[in-house]
Design a protein around this ligand. Structure first.
Ligand SMILES: [Zn+2]
Ligand SMILES: [Zn+2]
Length: 402
């Protein structure tokens, strides 16, 4: 089969006759239609992340089922499916994190396109129970971004955003607020179930994950205000289309105030970052500067400090973007004084994937706006990585496989 294979860092070859995957009784064989291009693909290509070659890249996959294993009766040939980039590798979800419902944190997590072969190939085999059926009306060349770029912020907003004191108070009262999706509930729409309804959210970084975060917070979780913060005007423009009610260009703020952040250290730096935080929340003056949630999708270390300053007392900051290095001058006194809940997040547990897919099927996620580039063929995979590095891809790019 044809596949995009990484042999060593920066040595990615399109192979015409790569060995086909072997399917087990509980698996399905999928012919990928499209894959989403993620910065993780770039990190693997550049050798920033270790991997065992040869490796087929691609972990955001949509495709059509070509064959089903002998024990599979939930899916059929011709069905459209997506596969999550991280799924449990333990038998029957039996490890400690899986037993707690954290199938996204399984001790033997399988990382598609990293630990095992990915979807930039004509065929991939995956367990049927982790292959999620998608309505055929949703375009395959857009829905491929759902497994990672959409489901990650979906889980973060749904289950990682609630302040601890509210979570404890409502435990057992609203089953749907923090746990998994309950069968039989309103399909694809929370209709006021979720605590974010009517709240104010600030999203740092309008990238591949920040875009869907804004979109979901505004459209699905029905936040009142979603303030998008970035350093690029074209990204902020996209944020507006995705549902951001206000936008802030942070570098323009520093420029307008004659602040050279790079030259500042210690107390002056803290003051400058604090000034930016005040500027961001000033957009919520109507609600007395109330920021109920900060979603840090930027992965920029300084942003964490600004986020701590931006979020209101008794509220939550979620680290969504991967920070490349530790934060200097961590504001731990602020964490205590403001009674903050700070959470990390990682991919999406299996029991929330279904609700995420339902949100997509209900048209509550603007995939057509989130996918900004879909002209790359498998042969152009390296070009796509270069374009991603050069900042030429505004939202998410998808690679056309078949
Ligand atoms: Zn990814
Ligand atoms: Zn497990």
């Amino acid at each position: 089969m044809k596949a995009a294979v990484l042999y060593e860092k920066e040595d990615l070859r399109i192979i015409e006759d790569f060995e086909e995957p072997v399917m087990g009784d509980d698996d399905v064989l999928i012919g990928p239609k499209s894959t989403g291009l993620c910065s993780t693909d770039r990190s693997l290509y550049r050798g920033f992340v270790p991997f065992k070659p040869p490796l087929i890249l691609g972990h955001e996959i949509s495709g059509t089922i070509k064959e089903v294993g002998s024990s599979v009766d939930s899916l059929a040939v011709g069905d459209h499916v997506i596969i999550p980039p991280v799924y449990p590798g333990c038998d029957d979800e039996s490890c400690a994190p899986c037993r707690e419902g954290l199938t996204n944190r399984c001790k033997r997590s399988v990382f598609i396109g990293h630990g095992v072969h990915g979807g930039n190939a004509e065929l991939i085999a995956a367990p049927a129970r982790y292959s999620f059926l998608v309505d055929k009306k949703v375009p395959l060349d857009e829905v491929c971004i759902v497994p990672d770029a959409v489901s990650t912020p979906f889980h973060a907003l749904k289950s990682r955003s609630m302040p601890m004191h509210i979570l404890v108070k409502h435990m057992g009262k609203f089953k749907n607020m923090a746990g998994g999706h309950q069968a039989g509930e309103a399909k694809g729409h929370p209709e006021g179930h979720h605590w974010l309804n009517g709240k104010n959210v600030v999203v740092f970084g309008v990238g591949g994950v920040g875009g869907p975060t804004i979109n979901l917070a505004a459209k699905y979780f029905k936040a009142k205000n979603v303030v998008a913060v970035d350093i690029f005007d074209n990204k902020l423009e996209l944020a507006g289309k995705l549902g951001a009610t206000q936008t802030v260009n942070s570098s323009k703020y520093f420029e307008d105030n004659g602040i050279e952040l790079k030259e500042l250290g210690g107390r002056d730096r803290s003051k400058a970052l604090s000034g930016l935080a005040k500027h961001i929340s000033s957009h919520l003056a109507e609600d007395k500067f109330q920021v109920d949630l900060v979603m840090d999708c930027s992965g920029v270390p300084d942003t964490f400090a600004v986020g701590i300053e931006t979020v209101s007392k008794n509220r939550t900051l979620v680290q969504v973007g991967w920070p490349p290095r530790p934060v200097a001058g961590f504001l731990n006194q602020k964490v205590m004084d403001k009674y903050l809940t700070i959470t990390g997040t990682w991919a999406c547990p299996m029991n929330e994937m279904t609700e995420c897919v339902e949100a997509v099927e209900a048209g509550l996620v603007d995939l057509n706006l989130l996918v900004t580039n879909k002209d790359y063929s498998l042969d152009q995979f390296v070009d796509a990585i270069h374009d991603l590095e050069a900042g030429k891809i505004l939202g998410r790019a998808t690679i056309s496989i078949n």
